[in-house]
Ligand binder design. Structure first.
Ligand SMILES: NC(=O)c1ccc[n+]([C@@H]2O[C@H](COP(=O)([O-])OP(=O)(O)OC[C@H]3O[C@@H](n4cnc5c(N)ncnc54)[C@H](OP(=O)(O)O)[C@@H]3O)[C@@H](O)[C@H]2O)c1
Length: 329
């Protein structure tokens, strides 16, 4: 628990409130007693359109902004839609940051991603690894847009004195995730595969790679708690990593999902398919020093997410689009 000094009737805009992160941020703000949470659907406000964003900010005058909207996806989506990933994200970051400056937002929190770090960054990755080497080519356009978001916040802070801060989350998961096998991240994709195998009475599940890659996962309600914490207590010009500092192999992850969802199933690893980077772990010592640590372990987060998926499978995001199964981290 931490102190929350923002008045509970402050106007708080959550950009991207329908998404995995945005919905969790809204839940956390409501839980903290905030009564004036502003949201807009994509139909009401295309965040890539500066004139529309300015119009909306002029009309609504938010005091605080959580910038958690964007075009997001796994390796397949990044590889096949690089233009969307760079254009949408650069535009969304730029329009919201600029409107935040123009209309006197008191504080803005921007979320980037751990893919901003170089492909060969020493592990665990510290904030200082930014711009020290070449990026992972498969998601370079997305990463460039995410880095531009950090630089936007810093530039507006420097030139105009705006209180804009940046957090870089690790891989996230939780209720309301995207479960489309082509566009989702590894954890929701694997969860869906195991769930569908259980529903179909199948006992062998094929997964890309050898399972040896190590990854870090943060439960999205913990991320939302960290966002509120940073809004209340973080004033640094530099970005801060948001993660658990705990890593798990894809093999262990898959075994946990099987234990929770379909205990009689087994995995057939397709070693001809890529594993991705061998290790991707954030150094979270800066965040720990400022005063925040995660509260939900991976197993508890998976239990909660699967409980949600079981009750919402028919209308979970991405489930209605039948796609060939491709899995990679
Ligand atoms: N998921 C992860 O593992 C992860 C990890 C690290 C960082 N992040 C960062 O966290 C942020 C949120 O990610 P997420 O996983 O919550 O993504 P998400 O579930 O796909 O949600 C993105 C949200 O942004 C909205 N949006 C996208 N383009 C828009 C546009 N042009 N105009 C208005 N709204 C638009 C979407 O609206 P619709 O509902 O209409 O589509 C949706 O509400 C992103 O900045 C991402 O880089 C995510």
């Amino acid at each position: 628990m931490f102190e929350i000094s923002t008045p509970r009737d402050a106007k708080i805009y959550v950009a991207g409130h329908h998404g995995l992160v945005g919905a969790a941020v809204v839940r956390r703000l409501e839980q903290a007693g905030f009564t004036n949470i502003l949201v807009a659907t994509r139909d009401q406000l295309d965040l890539r359109d500066q004139a529309a964003v300015n119009y909306w900010f002029r009309a609504n005058r938010p005091d605080y902004v959580y910038l958690v909207a964007g075009t997001v996806g796994g390796i397949w989506a990044n590889a096949n839609r690089p233009a969307d990933f760079i254009y949408d994200n650069m535009m969304i970051h730029a329009t919201v940051v600029h409107a935040g400056y123009l209309f006197g937002v008191q504080k803005l929190l921007y979320l980037g991603s751990s893919c901003i770090y170089p492909r060969l960054a020493p592990q665990p990755m510290t904030e200082g690894a930014l711009l020290t080497g070449l990026l992972e080519p498969t998601n370079e356009p997305y990463a460039i847009a995410k880095i531009a978001g950090i630089k936007l916040c810093q530039a507006y802070r420097k030139q105009y004195g705006c209180n804009f801060v940046s957090g870089m989350p690790t891989n996230l998961f939780g209720p309301n995730d995207n479960f489309d096998l082509q566009t989702s991240h590894v954890l929701p994709a694997l969860m869906r595969k195991v769930h569908e195998a259980r529903l179909g009475g199948r006992h062998e599940i094929e997964v890309w790679g050898t399972g040896s890659a190590m990854r870090e996962f943060l439960y999205v309600d913990d991320l939302a708690d960290a966002c509120l914490f940073l809004m209340e207590h973080y004033e640094d010009d530099g970005h801060v990593n948001i993660g658990t500092g705990v890593e798990v192999s894809i093999r262990e992850l898959a075994e946990t999902l099987i234990e929770v969802i379909h205990p009689t199933a087994t995995i057939r690893w397709d070693a001809n398919k890529p594993d991705g980077a061998p290790r991707k772990l954030l150094d979270v010592s800066k965040l720990t020093k400022v005063g925040w640590t995660h509260g939900t372990d991976l197993r508890t987060g998976i239990d909660k997410t699967y409980a949600w998926l079981e009750s919402n499978f028919g209308h979970a995001r991405g489930v209605d689009h039948e796609q060939p199964a491709t899995l990679s981290s």
